[in-house]
Design a protein. Structure first.
Length: 145
């Protein structure tokens, strides 16, 4: 599958390709380490970038792979791919949604609060020294027609 994605708020576009060995986003290749649901061509694509220190990759992966998997039960959810970077240290969490509203509803849901309940606390990866090398950020895209 090869998709051309259009940023929802900007003029930026991005290529996303599913390869035999993983997923390529723009010029970067990623290995799939966790997944749920089937990728769809027609969707809202949320790309959540998480910069992780090289020394903390294993810790980050263990923590993320043991997540409660509540997102999969949300209305409008299509799929998720947790992607390990091949050439750098920024992980990519790709989720697909039926609509932007479905994604926004997830962000304000009790399931989201539960999944992120440690954020901002001493138990959260964002506060644990040496795990994140920068602040995570996300962008929303739609399939370019």
């Amino acid at each position: 599958m090869n998709l051309s994605l259009q940023h929802i708020e900007k003029e930026d576009s991005l290529a996303l390709s599913v390869l035999a060995t993983g997923i390529e986003v723009g010029e970067k290749e990623y290995e799939i380490i966790d997944q749920s649901g089937e990728l769809k061509e027609n969707a809202v694509h949320v790309l959540n970038y998480v910069p992780v220190n090289h020394e903390a990759k294993e810790r980050f992966e263990m923590r993320f792979l043991s997540r409660p998997k509540l997102i999969e039960k949300e209305a409008g959810f299509i799929s998720i791919r947790v992607l390990r970077p091949i050439t750098d240290s920024t992980y990519l969490i790709l989720t697909q949604w039926e609509t932007v509203e479905a994604f926004r509803d997830w962000q304000s849901s009790k399931a989201y609060q539960h999944a992120h309940k440690k954020r901002g606390t001493k138990e959260g990866l964002d506060k644990e020294k040496g795990v994140l090398s920068g602040k995570p950020y996300h962008h929303l895209y739609k399939t370019k027609r």
